[in-house]
Ligand binder design. Structure first.
Ligand code: XUL
Ligand code: CO
Length: 433
């Protein structure tokens, strides 16, 4: 036991009227909703990078957090792991997620990085034997080190492509060894700053080839999890290739990978792309590529990826409504890709941020389930399209312009506009929250 969380109890469910800050009000993990316990609906995961690796810096100032595990020695990486598993236990978190660079010291070269990662993976494996917390996904950090400044797979230098491919291999091995349920690729530097020095066509093919190699390797090692791409429109690069769900789908189709790869959709990234979270989720569902979510919240004024903890139940409810419509998570889950504000220095801030976020998600999921089970929203939507279910409506989709034109003329078809009833539906949604 470390003494980092000294005095902070294990968090239990005490119900909505509890006065205790260190308690859940809505997340009763075993509560059954739509035939499944909340913990299986929500599948919460803690993001190692924000909670344990991030130091509290911003573009104008350096580290504000003072954690006993900061530093580059292996012993400190192990202390970080000890604290992380203590936090998972306090929160009853069923999953966690990590990048290689979050968990191991940075080595002088590829071999040293691999050795460091393997040592930590063994350390995790030993802890996971006695822990309830599993690995939701692993991933490679192909964006922080300066070697990736011009891209990883999309780099103009083939040596960087090679280094990235080798790193993805070791991270897939680590994820497989820890029985991870997904492997995520977020292309942090897969984009460009200026077209003046960029060959878009080549870079796109390089990214497609790298993805194909990751899929091939998954089969080679017998990894049963899903491969997920995480879309984001900008930041760090001015233009990112994986802009949003629709863009990623086009990319997957181009390389014939639409049945092999799904998406990990992040709330903040959806907002940066000018969409709502539910828009992205609905799109992924309709395209058959829904995988997992990174749950957070962006500041709506700053236009920056602020990765705040979610705290807006109505927003979260609409997101989980789309997740329920997709049939819920299979290998995916709710990863809190959320970080503390840099003034939130204390151990208790780390715990309370997650307690609040888990409660907000549980409240949102329960509201979404009521909406779903009640069926009024879907009935209203179906009614809006009912003309398409008539024989005439169905026949239209098989017809052609000439035949349709004849029909319009002979039947004297003259459409009558109908209300979209948006306010009525918004009122209806608010009744569930
Ligand atoms: C960056 C981001 C990443 C990915 C994993 O905005 O969301 O943390 O989730 O690389
Ligand atoms: Co993310």
């Amino acid at each position: 036991m470390t003494n980092f969380f000294n005095g902070i109890p294990k968090i239990n469910y005490e119900g909505p009227n509890s006065e205790n800050d260190f308690a859940f009000r809505h997340y009763n993990s075993d509560e059954v909703v739509m035939g499944k316990p909340l913990k299986e609906h929500l599948r919460f995961a803690i993001a190692y990078w924000h909670s344990f690796a991030w130091e509290g810096g911003d573009p104008f100032g350096e580290r504000t957090f003072d954690r006993p595990w900061f530093g580059s020695e292996m012993d400190l990486a192990k202390l970080k792991a000890d604290v992380a598993f203590e936090m998972f236990e306090k929160l009853g978190a069923p999953f966690f997620c990590f990048h290689d660079a979050d968990v191991r010291p940075e080595g002088a070269n590829f071999s040293e990085n691999t050795r460091n990662l393997e040592e930590i993976v063994d350390y995790f494996a030993a802890k996971m034997e006695f822990s309830e917390t599993k690995l939701l996904w692993g991933t490679a950090n192909l964006f922080s080190h300066r070697r990736y400044m011009s891209g990883a797979a999309t780099n103009p230098d083939p040596d960087v492509f090679a280094f990235s491919a080798a790193t993805i291999k070791t991270c897939m091995d680590a994820t497989h060894k820890l029985k991870g349920q997904n492997y995520v690729l977020w292309g942090g530097r897969e984009g460009y700053e200026t077209l003046l020095n960029t060959d878009l066509g080549r870079e796109r093919k390089q990214a497609g080839r790298m993805l194909q190699m990751a899929v091939d390797y998954k089969y080679k090692i017998g990894f049963k999890g899903s491969i997920l791409i995480e879309p984001k429109p900008q930041e760090p690069m001015k233009h990112q290739y994986d802009y949003d769900v629709a863009t990623v789908y086009g990319f997957l189709k181009e390389f014939g990978l639409e049945d092999e790869v799904q998406v990990n959709i992040e709330q903040g990234h959806a907002i940066l792309a000018g969409h709502s979270f539910e828009h992205e989720l609905a799109h992924a569902r309709e395209l058959g590529i829904f995988g997992s979510i990174d749950m957070n919240r962006n500041d709506y004024q700053s236009g920056w990826d602020t990765d705040q903890f979610p705290n807006n139940v109505p927003e979260v409810a609409l997101a989980y409504y789309e997740v329920l419509k997709a049939g819920g998570f299979t290998t995916g889950g709710t990863n809190f890709d959320s970080k503390l504000r840099r003034q939130s220095l204390d151990a208790e801030d780390l715990i309370l941020s997650h307690v609040g976020a888990m409660d907000v998600c549980a409240a949102g999921l329960k509201a979404a389930a009521k909406m779903f089970e009640d069926g009024k929203l879907e009935a209203e939507r179906d009614a809006r399209y009912e003309g398409w279910d008539t024989p005439d409506g169905k026949a239209l989709m098989q017809s052609d312009l000439e035949a349709i034109a004849d029909k319009v003329v002979s039947g004297d078809i003259n459409p009558k506009p109908r209300s979209g009833r948006q306010e009525r539906l918004e009122n209806l949604v608010n009744r569930y929250i």
